[in-house]
Design a binder for this molecule. Sequence first.
Ligand SMILES: O=C([O-])C(=O)C[C@H](O)[C@@H](O)C(=O)[O-]
Ligand SMILES: [Mg+2]
Length: 423
Amino acid sequence: MSTGTRIQRITITPIAFRDPPLLNSAGVHEPWALRSIIEVVTEDGVLGLGESYGDTGHLARMESVLPGLIGLDVYALNQIHAKVAEALGGVAGSDKHGLTGDFTSGGTVDRVFSPFEVACLDIQGHLLGRPVHDLLGGKVRDSVPYSAYLFYKWAGHPGAEADEWGEAIDPAGMVEQTRKMVREYGFGSIKLKGGVFPPEQEIAAIQALREAFPNHPLRIDPNCAWSVPTSLRVAKELDGVLEYLEDPTPGINGMSEVAKQASMPLATNMCVVSYDQLPEAIAKDAVQVILSDHHYWGGLTRSRHLGVICDTFGVGLSMHSNSHLGISLAAMTHLAAATPNLSYACDTHYPWNAQDEVIEPGVVSFVDGAMAVPTTPGLGVTLDRDQLARLHENYRTCGLKVRDDTGYMQKFQPDYERKRPRW
Ligand SMILES: O=C([O-])C(=O)C[C@H](O)[C@@H](O)C(=O)[O-]
Ligand SMILES: [Mg+2]
């Protein structure tokens, strides 16, 4: 084996990019979203890229595994995973917002391993002259459909001017937001981030969307804001309207109770977010669609395995997204292209953050709501170093180190409490 394929250097650069005041069941997005860009360089000087979360705890966990990764071969993904697990020593991480469920120790390993794996696959692709999807079994589609990801939102951050999206706090505002997103990106499916207003108002928003967009599949995701009885009431009212209902209520047992009576499939990126949660969820038929996300399912190769597990047990597969930039979007697109049973349009926050892209233009574009699968070697993206420096400077000066949607909401509504369920 050529020694030139061993890892010589890894750099983790925390960044911050602008984020609108998007509302969710935890509070409201702060003016800056935190993220990190991972660069892995081999002894032969080949560069691979990854993108991950930017909270302090996650950054520290990623930094803590670096010494064990230097000198490993970029093809030795199993060894890299084992080294990450060894360095983390069974710790289970956490985050403040809880929007992607509780971390297990296995899930923590997968979250830390993920960006290094993506960067190693990027390098492998460059070395072999093949796109990453070829390393995942080959693409089964040439473009990957994404869904419009709607948020209730304020017109602008308090004290700042309104942003280009304006306010959306009622059904009319939501329809207007959707029209803009569908006009600009061509999305053919729609997801509403709910859990913000009482369920009746969110049911009315879905009904207004159904009327305005009669042919678009619809989903709503209240991030566990509803009790089991409330979830069942909403499910009944939206019978025949939703393609799936995402995380109406907390926990595998609660979801299982709702699933027994709801007419539509239940989806999750909260109660099943790591492999050790799959057996119980499948045994209890708690979820019918799992939202994969390579950032916490252990990178692209392991997420492909998740696809096979879902296929085996007859569980549907969709894809989740947090605030992200183009390296993640490219990785998501390669994965989705090489996952035959990914049969729903994937989530993406991209329209909310596209203005602060960290890669050079040309790769990311949406035609009819879908992104063309990159065909050049590796992920097919090139880092814009000037932009990376700007986004890192944002990180240094923005004053945020941890995503805290609840704390930010409390600045404006001091009596705000995060409750799951709330209704
Ligand atoms: O599908 C989801 O639950 C998410 O995308 C979680 C996210 O963190 C989203 O709710 C957000 O950013 O507000
Ligand atoms: Mg969700």
